[in-house]
Design a protein around this ligand. Structure first.
Ligand code: SF4
Length: 280
């Protein structure tokens, strides 16, 4: 792993995913095979493959309470702010400390239970928002200033280990449960859903007692990793290979329409709030 520290002008960027996004790092040691953020490599001068370098951002500029008050802030869109090197550099923790007095809607998505190290700071945000109410998509109306989501697309640890280097699934589930027990709104972000492989019913059943909502997102195959994933499916799940070609080479979207209807029906019967982001 190549690590280096870089100076940036600002941690905070405007974002289409909300008002603002904060990415404390460039790169991500979780190295997911399907990483949608791997395009970021071309904005660096790293030769190493995505997942094998990490730029640690250093920034002198304050986050700026004035611009963030009442806004949504997302951590993180193109890295995992709790990648394993956060334990060494602590950039995310320092950003959370600076955000502590700021009444913004902070949402964090991570595949790592290193987040529990910062439970004190996250829990403190649950009492926020004396002045305004906010609704997180798909979750119940919340007056709280924090939401924690974790991406889980399987309960099969072997599959998980072939796909990413983040926390094992049981630890991600335990993290969501701990957050829930501490009054922190939680979301199970079922992403990316692998056609015919992700068992959405089993995952919803498992997590329903401690999540406020489930968000569903389909597997997108971008050019940078499409052929790798298709070759992997061919090797590991040859029975589904033709179906993957139908979806990802022929552009047949009927699978997602049907799965979306099934997921909606299942969540409604179980009384689990949900959002479906298929084909957005
Ligand atoms: S955790 Fe997210 S940013 Fe990191 S490699 Fe995986 S998909 Fe990419």
């Amino acid at each position: 792993m190549i690590e280096r520290e870089i100076q940036v002008a600002d941690y905070v960027s405007p974002s289409k995913l909300g008002d603002y996004v904060i990415n404390p790092y460039v790169g991500c040691p979780h190295a997911c095979r399907y990483c949608y953020a791997s395009f970021m490599k071309r904005f660096t001068n790293h030769e190493e493959p995505w997942g094998e370098f990490l730029d640690v951002k250093r920034c002198a500029k304050p986050l700026g309470a004035k611009r963030l008050e009442g806004k949504s802030v997302f951590m993180s869109s193109v890295t995992d702010c709790y990648n394993p090197l956060e334990a060494k550099y602590g950039v995310t923790r320092r950003i959370l400390e600076e955000l502590a007095p700021i009444e913004c809607r902070l949402s964090i998505t991570t595949k790592s239970d290193l987040l529990l190290r910062d439970l004190d700071l996250l829990e403190a945000r649950t009492g926020m928002f004396r002045r305004a109410t906010f609704a997180f998509d798909g979750a119940e109306e919340s007056k709280r200033g924090i939401l924690v989501a974790s991406s889980i697309n399987t309960l099969d640890e072997e599959f998980r280990a072939e796909m990413d280097s983040a926390s094992p699934i049981e630890r991600r589930l335990a993290m969501l449960q701990t957050c829930h027990e501490h009054g922190i709104p939680t979301v199970l972000f079922m992403s990316p859903i692998f056609p015919y492989i992700t068992d959405f019913r089993a995952i919803v059943e498992r997590a329903a007692p401690f999540v406020d909502a489930v968000w569903f997102e389909h597997l997108k195959l971008r050019p940078g990793y499409k052929e790798d994933i298709l070759a992997w499916i061919h090797a590991r799940y040859p029975q589904f290979y033709r179906d993957y070609l139908r979806i990802y080479r022929d552009g047949d979207l009927s699978y997602w329409r049907e799965l979306g209807a099934e997921a909606a029906d299942f969540c409604e019967r179980k009384g689990v709030p949900y959002q479906i982001f298929f084909l957005d």
